[in-house]
Design a protein around this ligand. Sequence first.
Ligand code: ADP
Length: 634
Amino acid sequence: MSVETQKETLGFQTEVKQLLHLMIHSLYSNKEIFLRELISNASDAVDKLRFEALAKPELLEGGAELKIRVSFDKDAKTVTLEDNGIGMSREDAITHLGTIAKSGTADFMKHLTGDQKKDSHLIGQFGVGFYSAFIVADKVDVFSRRAGSAASEGVHWSSKGEGDFEVATIDKAERGTRIVLHLKSGEDEFADGWRLRNIIKKYSDHIALPIELPKEVAATEGEEKPAVEWETVNRASALWTRPRTEIKDEEYQEFYKHIAHDFENPLSWSHNKVEGKLEYSSLLYVPARAPFDLYQREAPKGLKLYVQRVFVMDQAESFLPLYLRFIKGVVDSNDLSLNVSREILQKDPIIDSMKSALTKRVLDMLEKLAKNEPEQYKGFWKNFGQVMKEGPAEDFANKEKIAGLLRFASTLGDDGEQVVGLAEYLARAKEGQDKIYYLTGETYAQVKNSPHLEVFRKKGIEVLLLTDRIDEWLMSYLNDFDGKSFVDVARGDLDLGNLDSEEDKKAAQEVAKAKEGLVERLKTALGESVAEVRVSHRLTDSPAILAIGEQDLGLQMRQILEASGQKVPDSKPIFEFNPAHPLIEKLDNEQSDERFGDLSHILFDQAALAAGDSLKDPAAYVRRLNKLLVELSA
Ligand code: ADP
């Protein structure tokens, strides 16, 4: 062993300690995945070296085939992984193996409950990586040297996976990383060639570079120990270059876990080869679960980019729109140059046409999933629906396609689950219905009981119920679907078109005429508070309702804008009353102007409350109501 200098002991970042603890307790039934994780890292390290060596061939230090070697020592109870990839400097080892760089990690860790069963599901959202070594090892030694640096600048990192780790500077002749796992007692089954070979075949067959194990060679007579011969145990070719028909589902799934650093199988994937003017292959995956940092601005997104099989960059964001940022995968282009940069990607017209083709592939894949596996799609929607709702605003060209993938709660459901697609809605629409009706609001409970729905309930017309914060904004980008326009039932003068019979319409006109006097009286009483007063034909049970003007901002948008400190143009609601309601009849017969005024203001405020709005002058409302109550009990 070489001399160790500058030895120091450092503490793990708190989050690392939490992650280690969580992992060891979550993964005890699936210990063997440690090898997959370490091989995945080694393969990434080789990819990085291969790429950096394009510009600096000297990093290859005279060649040698790029590979990963896995060996073991039954007596010492160790498993060793060695790669000749990019390697780590002392500083690299301290930051990469002592901290977690992912943004939002601390927040994520706050979700831990301490209940191991519940918490073990969270690990899937996080991914495990290097620290999985501690599932089977009670001590891990890492020897590494960054490619291109002097042999004297190697690092030895060592930890028992408890609170701290040691680093020392060492001499290391070969670049790259060697990891020695000292197996926990009871885990020595992993120090076995047969076992290791099986694990590699199972999880890492798709790794594009050779993974070698020592060949079992019988000792020849007179020799103490035979020289080690190595043999490649994986297929060692890039998965996406193989024909689809020859790739098993399991291979696609394992490849996904490698590139996505995910722990669960993907929901779906799409593998394609494009030939012609542009030549590229793509393999795109829909994850089963949203990562914890989906809404973090700096969270990793984008595809792994290869140029003619050479890894070029991670998180290439230019190939998919933002609302598809959860898609994982690789794209391998024959047309791009190997020294392509992020800046070039942003401007290259080739990328634009690839982006629109890849976007379409993803949307097609989602359509297929929705059609063939509706239960799976429900899960997808729960995880990624909010992000998909950003689509129509960002991707005008695919608006109709995206709209078809949206899912909503509706008056036909009773739990507020977002499961109704627009095609399904239209397929079961009433005869003569040529609109898609929807209502937005703060909460499901509020919209479900909204007076705006009364006439729809009476006529048996389904209304979509939209309560996500983004919904009103989303609807401002959707005008129609399948030729049918969207109608906000809380907005304007509700026209049910063909759904109202001629008699209904005539009757409504007559009532409106008969109530002209009341309308005028209410206008005077409510004054500046309203834009208009009119007879309603959308109410059956409630006395009155506030409708939003056709061009005015909805309540939700107004609240969002106000919360962000923006000035919102003042808009006044339209007061609609139900002429058949006993309270309105009473109002119509009220002789005293004072009581008429009080009662109409109370009705106005109640309608605002029912719409989920707050009152401009709550004290006045209470005063008026109490006055009425006193009179009532007098
Ligand atoms: P992740 O791979 O998700 O980034 P890991 O915990 O698995 O997280 O690894 C942390 C970092 O340590 C890697 O991103 C890489 O920079 C470094 N690393 C791990 N293994 C190796 C290796 N074999 N060679 C070089 N660097 C490595």
